[in-house]
Design a protein around this ligand. Structure first.
Ligand code: ZN
Ligand code: ZN
Length: 802
């Protein structure tokens, strides 16, 4: 089933008559398993009265007719009413009722009906069981399903093909593919539906490979795939990204003349999208004469998947205007990630408004996509409001809220929410753990991190590659490369992300050659690099200033691996150009790149301008950034610092007042240092620490020794007033220095001092840290908002560019 359709069962469920659902909800829990039917008392009494009355056959015939009609039109409440008025009903009418209840999503009621049927000694047959089994699937109740399965052996229906098919489908739906396989293997006769159940079943558990093997086996036996096998097989190709097999199935579609079947067409479009062939999808899409919402949804989803958010957004207008179709909830769900990708808050908000007007809410999947959008756009209040108002919170919605906090840097809130989740009945999954781990690497102490590591091991997530990758990165981000490497070495299976993680870990620490070594090792092990691999690799080249290697890998991306460079890759190249001082080249590079420059790109140019003290270019870059992100505080601060350095105090004031007007506040710079498993936080001019006096006397001593008290700023064009201002903003007691000093006096001799900082380390502190490392003969590691600086013997791993 294509992902675009995956949510349909959710929608379907809610179509049950509301009055019935209410009745079910009002029933006391203890009654759930009793054989007594759960109908209004009045209905039962009518049944009793009519039992002894002499109903004529004609009347009974009319009632039977009415019962069938009610069931067919989905009026289950009326059908129930009629059912209760009839007596001595045979299996057929019980089956009609059970089928009706199941088809209308009243699964619990369907199962209760089956139990009641047994207690009234009505024989269930091979038409009863498939719907009872389907109801078990609808309730996601494996226990009920297995109970029914057990019963089948007793009544000798275990080898019935119709019943077997239903069992296969339900076990697959519940993710128990082994059970489905066993039922399938033991079926003496298999029909088309049996094969299709397995082909679709493997797809539903994400095993495209087995699904295709199943298709082959079926063909070997001389059976021709029908539309359902074809759709299943196409979805299997989409899962495995088997473009070639997908194309072969496309040929079969043409041979079997299934090409006009809209469901098959939709699956083909979905398959080509997932294999990255948007062009094929587009061609097929344009050939369809009458398009429905589902095929539009597949198109929107495909563009989103292929990081073409603008096309995805423009589909919405086209479907409304050209095809006169109304978007449904799935359209909104498929569209929102596109808004999230480009930070299109306005479009996202209008999707939100539309969903409210059309009454799509509450809808947990849609609301979760909205949380993702608001989180990515930094609108935490809106995200929190939606999360708070969710009628039922599932793990996915918790995960979205946690990662929204992490993305917006509200790590403390993320941790609190995570601890809140742990106190609930929900068990965190791999996504929860990998979303929360970055928060741990930012604000948690080593003790808390170890606790987390232990917790992960207990949850048996240890063998999960996804989690191990995140844990390795957590340690690398905390400046602990050694543990990161250990986790990587101990991984049972390493996927491409594991390699990307470890390459990135060395990259941000400035060990570029090590990253490149790891990359060639990865190739030797036969692992194909993906887009993220090149982000890690190009980051390594840019942080370590390896220009030639950088260009080599950038050019080889397309040639050797068939990957088109994305925004991140271009960003790394601009960093590399900026590092070498090639600002003009960087500017031309941006103008000539085939992608629309984002704030990330202009941010690189801004960094380059700052490092090369080019105010004009910095102003240009800042202007572009602020046009895209009005509230980019970092951009204002950086520009203001550049003006201050150049003594342009009027401009500093101008920026400050601009920030005030927009209600923006400078992030409070703070530094963390960890000793004895405790995390100590320092802000600039901090005097709150118990050992403040010692820290300041050590700092004084060190500054005198490294001669910074005599240090005169190289720019001498300050007027006396400016000099006063300069002194006021002196770096002498910046948080990072206080943290370094505390680290020096409270950690073991010769061990490196590891400090983390939430903002960029300033130039003065960078110079000071180099000198301190030389004077004290200690390695000082400072992880700032960009990279890790390893200060050893008076020089820094970043090569003075960050
Ligand atoms: Zn500083
Ligand atoms: Zn550095």
């Amino acid at each position: 089933m294509p992902a675009t359709l995956a949510h349909s069962s959710y929608l379907y469920k809610s179509t049950a008559p509301p009055s019935l659902l209410r009745k079910r909800a009002a029933e006391p829990k203890a009654n759930q398993n009793s054989d007594q039917p759960k109908f209004p008392k009045g209905v039962c009494s009518i049944r009793k009265q009519s039992k002894n009355s002499n109903t004529c056959e004609v009347q009974n015939y009319a009632l039977k007719q009415a019962l069938r009609e009610h069931v067919e039109s989905g009026c289950m409440e009326d059908a129930l009413w009629v059912f209760e008025k009839m007596n001595h009903l045979d299996t057929y009418y019980w089956n009609v009722m059970i089928r009706g209840l199941t088809d209308n999503g009243l699964f619990r009621e369907a199962i209760d009906f089956y139990h009641r049927m047994q207690s009234e000694a009505v024989r269930a047959d091979n038409f009863t069981y498939p719907f009872v089994i389907k109801a078990c699937g609808g309730l996601s109740s494996l226990a009920e399903g297995q109970k029914v399965h057990g019963k089948l052996f007793k009544v000798g229906l275990d080898s019935d093909v119709y019943v077997g098919n239903a069992l296969c489908a339900v076990y697959a739906k519940l993710g128990c593919i082994e059970y489905a396989e066993r039922v399938f293997e033991e079926m003496p006769v298999k029909d088309m539906v049996s094969w299709n159940s397995m082909i679709g079943g493997y797809v539903s558990v994400g095993d495209g490979w087995s699904s295709l093997v199943c298709l082959k086996e079926m063909q070997v036996l001389g059976m021709k795939p029908d539309r359902f096998s074809t759709i299943g097989a196409l979805n299997a190709c989409a899962i495995e990204c088997f473009l070639q097999t997908g194309k072969e199935i496309h040929c079969q579609v043409l041979k079997c003349m299934l090409e006009l079947d809209i469901m098959v067409q939709t699956s083909l479009i979905d398959m080509y999208h997932k294999c990255g062939r948007v062009d094929y999808s587009e061609r097929l899409f344009h050939e369809i004469s009458t398009r429905n919402v589902v095929v539009w949804n597949a198109m929107i989803h495909g563009y989103t998947l292929n990081a073409r958010p603008f096309e995805s957004l423009s589909c919405l207008q086209k479907m409304q205007h050209a095809d006169k179709l109304n978007p449904d909830a799935i359209t909104m769900i498929n569209l929102l990630p596109s808004c999230t990708q480009v930070g299109a808050l306005l479009e996202g908000k209008s999707v939100h408004g539309y969903a409210v007007r059309r009454g799509f809410l509450p809808h947990i999947i849609l609301e979760t996509a909205l949380i993702d959008l608001y989180g990515a756009c930094g609108r935490m209040k809106s995200a929190e409001r939606i999360f708070g108002q969710l009628a039922e919170k599932n793990l996915i919605s918790w995960n979205s809220m946690i990662s929204a906090y992490v993305q917006s840097g509200q790590n403390k809130d993320a941790l609190e929410l995570f601890w809140d989740l742990l106190s609930k009945h929900l068990e965190p999954d791999a996504i929860t753990i990998s979303s929360i781990i970055p928060a741990y690497s930012e604000v948690a102490s080593l003790g808390e991190r170890k606790q987390m590591h232990g917790y992960i091991s207990k949850l048996e997530h240890n063998s999960n590659t996804f989690i191990s990758n995140a844990t390795a990165y957590m340690y690398a981000k905390c400046g602990n490369l050694e543990t990161a490497q250990e986790i990587f070495d101990r991984m049972i299976s390493r996927d491409v992300s594991s390699w990307n993680t470890i390459i990135m870990a060395y990259a941000i620490h400035g060990f570029g050659t090590k990253s490149i070594d790891l990359f060639s090792k990865m190739r030797d092990e036969g692992i194909q690099p993906n887009e993220s691999t090149f982000v890690s690799l190009l980051t390594a080249c840019s942080v370590s200033g390896m220009v030639n290697e950088g260009w080599k890998y950038f050019n080889s991306m397309k040639l050797d691996s068939g990957i088109d460079p994305g925004i991140e890759h271009y960003g790394c190249m601009i960093d590399l150009l900026g590092r070498k001082g090639n600002l003009d080249q960087a500017k031309i590079f941006i103008e000539e790149m085939p992608l629309v420059p984002t704030a990330r790109i202009w941010g690189s140019l801004l960094t380059a301008s700052r490092n090369n003290r080019n105010i004009e270019l910095a102003e240009l870059a800042a202007e572009r950034i602020l046009a895209l992100e009005h509230d980019n505080t970092g951009c204002y601060v950086l520009l203001s610092n550049m003006y201050a350095e150049a003594g342009r105090w009027e401009d500093v004031e101008r920026i400050k007042s601009l920030m005030r007007q927009r209600g923006l506040e400078k992030t409070v710079g703070c530094s963390f240092v960890e000793t004895n498993c405790r995390l100590y936080r320092f802000i600039n001019q901090d005097r709150s620490h118990v050992e403040t006096n010692t820290i300041y006397s050590v700092l004084d001593l060190i500054l005198r020794k490294i001669g910074e008290d005599k240090y005169v700023h190289s720019i001498t064009k300050f007027r006396p007033l400016d000099l006063k201002r300069k002194r006021a903003s002196s770096a002498a007691s910046h948080s990072v220095r206080l943290a370094i000093c505390f680290g020096l006096i409270s950690t073991k001799l010769r061990s490196p001092v590891v400090v983390r900082k939430n903002t960029r380390i300033c130039d003065d502190c960078h110079i000071a840290a180099k000198k301190i490392s030389e004077m004290t003969k200690r390695e000082i590691v400072v992880g700032d908002s960009k990279v890790f600086h390893h200060f050893i013997d008076g020089s820094c791993s970043c090569g003075d560019y960050w």
